[in-house]
Write a protein that binds this ligand. Structure first.
Ligand SMILES: C[S@@+](CC[C@H](N)C(=O)[O-])C[C@H]1O[C@@H](n2cnc3c(N)ncnc32)[C@H](O)[C@@H]1O
Length: 269
């Protein structure tokens, strides 16, 4: 069994848990991406595959306008709710496919796609849309995960998942994917960006107990929500026990687990 995260359904299913749990965990990557770009109160930016607004909400405090795009109605619904409840006026949302944007050419000073473009079925289409809608000299930052071997957090989660579902294929290192920084750099260069550089960023998650780590992961991780939804409650309880035993054995003493990502930076020439 593989898990396909290129359609909106898994993201609709996980949206609430993602906004309650994962968003905070991902804040460090967003902060690192924003630190790579000079933004000011005149800047107009794009947050492509924005989820519940992890980057959009952070950036909106410092820029003129944010366009936040996601194809998950639930994610956009949560962001719209935040905008309304917090009276935020400079983020405009659009629900739709990031591979075909409704924005004019040369609209943005900067564009970001944090753990989003990596899921597009045709990444080149995503790059093209970013390139088209950036102003000349505009900057893009795209994040994607480093190999599993660099990320104890993801090793733990995927290890638990495979323990529960032995038929799930073992994640293989793939040099022809964004987890390879050289491939990532070449891909962004091929898409037309200049001054491309790929930087590592590692963020940690505090582990207070294995039970709460597992509970949060199940709430906030799309692959686990998908697996949980495919089972009866009884089956899930049994599988969860297997996962908890595995986590206890493998990370029982850990206080913090990190996950490494790459930030791909480029400029529209
Ligand atoms: C891991 S979440 C990242 C959310 C947010 N950028 C963050 O850093 O927390 C991935 C997001 O990409 C969105 N997504 C994936 N493919 C998409 C596509 N083709 N068009 C628009 N959004 C997409 C999903 O709906 C989901 O909200």
């Amino acid at each position: 069994m593989g898990i396909d995260l290129s359609s909106h359904e898994p993201w609709d299913l996980v949206a609430k848990g993602y906004s309650e749990i994962t968003m905070a965990v991902f804040q460090g990557y967003t902060d690192a991406a924003l630190a790579m770009v000079n933004l000011d109160s005149q800047s107009r930016i794009l947050d492509l595959a924005c989820g519940p607004g992890t980057l959009a909400l952070t950036a909106a405090k410092d820029v003129d306008q944010v366009k936040a795009v996601d194809f998950s109605r639930e994610m956009i619904g949560i962001l719209n709710h935040t905008l309304e409840s917090e009276g935020i006026k400079n983020i405009e949302t659009w629900c739709g496919d990031g591979q075909a944007l409704p924005f004019e050419d040369n609209s943005f000073d900067a564009a970001f796609s944090m753990f989003g473009l990596m899921f597009f079925p045709d990444r080149m289409k995503g790059y093209r849309e970013i390139y088209r809608t950036l102003k000349p000299g505009g900057v893009v930052v795209i994040s994607s995960w480093a190999p599993l071997s660099d990320s104890p957090l993801q090793q733990a989660v995927f290890g638990a998942l495979r323990e529960m579902m032995p038929s799930m294929p073992k994640p293989q290192q793939n040099v022809e994917s964004l987890e390879n920084p050289e491939f990532f750099r070449e891909e962004m260069t091929k898409a037309g960006f200049k001054d491309v550089r790929i930087e590592p960023v590692s963020c940690g998650t505090e582990i207070t107990s294995i039970d709460s780590f597992w509970e949060d992961t199940v709430k906030g991780a799309a692959p686990l929500v998908m697996v949980k939804n495919s089972m009866t409650e009884e089956q899930w309880r049994e599988k969860s026990k297997i996962a908890l035993d595995y986590l206890q054995k493998t990370i029982g003493d850990s206080k913090n687990l990190s996950a490494q990502a790459w930030l791909g930076y480029g400029v529209k020439g």
